[in-house]
Design a protein around this ligand. Sequence first.
Ligand SMILES: Nc1ncnc2c1ncn2[C@@H]1O[C@H](COP(=O)(O)OP(=O)(O)OP(=O)(O)O)[C@@H](O)[C@H]1O
Length: 614
Amino acid sequence: MSEPRLVPRRAVRHARAALGLTWRAAPAGTAADLVFAVLAGLTPVLVAGLTKLLLDRLTGGGPTGVPLTVLGAGLALAAALGTVLPHLRTYVAAERSRAVSRLVRRRLYDAVQRLIGLVRLEDPEFQDRLQAAQQTGHLGPTQLTGNAFGAVQSVLAMAGFLGVLLVLNPLIGVLVLVAALPTLWMQLRLNRARAAMVLRLEHFQRRDLFFAQLLVGVPAAKEVRLFGLGRFFGDRMLDELHAMHRVEQRLDRREVRAQAVLGLLGAAVAGIGVVYTVSVALAGGLTPGDVVIYLAAVPGVQGALGSLVGQLGAIHQALLLFEHYDQVAHVEPDLPMPATPRPVPPLTEGIELRDVWFRYSPQHPWVLRGVDLYLPAGSTTALVGLNGAGKSTLVKLLCRFYDPERGSIRWDGIDLRELDPAALRERLGAVFQDFMPYDLSAAENIALGDLSARDDPERLRAAARHAGIDDALTALPRGYDTLLTRIFFDGPDRDDPQAGVVLSGGQWQRVALARGFLRADRDLLILDEPSSGLDAEAEHDLHRRLGELRRGRTSLLISHRLNAVRDADAIVVLADGRVVERGDHGQLLAAAGGYARLFTLQARGYREDAPAPV
Ligand SMILES: Nc1ncnc2c1ncn2[C@@H]1O[C@H](COP(=O)(O)OP(=O)(O)OP(=O)(O)O)[C@@H](O)[C@H]1O
């Protein structure tokens, strides 16, 4: 991932966007925090000023207008305010941070969902950026606002103390200001180094997390244990951590050296000032109150300036973090969208692939090389071919997860690129080869196929019955409400965290089928290897049910088990990215081509092992 560079114009745009986001997420909290920041900036100056007045009155100098008790009460109030304000600010900042993180999350994931295809999601650079945005998206606005308000506080405190010093003794005021310049310069350099370090650490952190997940996650647990990979991955994880720590250590050392030098310089300036002020006071040129306010003002200016520089650095860092979020939130569409998409009519004629050429990127080889295919409405077409022939790719093009590079796919004659993708997908049902097992309840796992069925247990059960999984789900400890995972548990299972169940591979496939069957009334149903994990009886049963369920509707069926596709209205053989054979089962056998060869091979395998008929 290229390091984000923050040109001033973009920095200003990000700053406005981040502050706007914070304001929209928590207007009251943000306004309150600004007021608190102003008060926090003025309070120390007020305390020092009141202390001076009080001391001068007590030692017989100073104006007589204000009663001593009022001065004392004012000082007590200002001191109390100084004690309470930091706590109030911490609370308000935490609330604001939570509100911002909710809003940022919503916008980030909405932006990703606006990507209608898969191209961007498969781009490793976008994935890196996305991960960084997920981790730090909310930090940008939160840090920026917090530090901007902190900077307001520092500027007010600094201006107040400087004003006092300049009135008291312009020479000392100028000396303090000049002595602060090296601090400013050094802090800015350290800030830049720190910002660059954050970006370098990101790479190590991602790798560290990756190895840690392998060590503790369930997906890799079997191989990690069987192959004895625990120590190997553990060492790799620690290597990343060491690399990370070395980078941090280098900067920490540099910072300690710089801070020590600057600290000595600050102390020297303060010391010179003390000696000078005391000598002027002894000569009668300053009151004891003047000396006190000087003693408060010098560290006050130095401290406020140090904070200000730190805050400016944090703002710079926050803007860099915001860059990740901003790039994801404003990601360009991955597929072209028509300005006015055409409505998707019910499929009455058929879907045509016209000379379709496709590859996953210009760096990848062609997967489809001029496919011509017609899926007539109301009939079942089976697509067969060897591994890697491009069958699943063709399915993804039908769903418009990608666009063909050349040629077109037409729905009743209309190019898919002219249609609204969401409306198109409303008319499709699909069970993908790499279907998704969700760590949710059985009912939810099925209802995800059509969320309108979520509160309709009868529809869910009917779909499960068609997929042959109803009995197994009913028999679960909580029936359809049982969680199909052992990783999470729901509220009612709090006392029994072991309540979830793990399904077998074939059972999961049936659940995915039930999910697909919720959309059995759609114009096109695509089943990509729907029976690969099923036992022979279940497979036979499934295809019988499918025939009933889809009679008169358009289906595309992909299977390596050629016996399962022999009843399809048409069988299409894909090889080397082209359609090489087409016909029904009988015609293809008679043609004695690749299909006939594969079918005979599979049939012979069964026949050779079959027991002799009795
Ligand atoms: N997301 C992707 N990015 C890059 N290449 C891909 C991607 N998906 C698939 N491919 C490549 O495209 C080719 C066709 O894959 P596809 O999954 O369409 O084949 P298939 O006919 O469905 O195979 P199988 O029978 O094994 O399921 C393969 O060479 C595969 O490596």
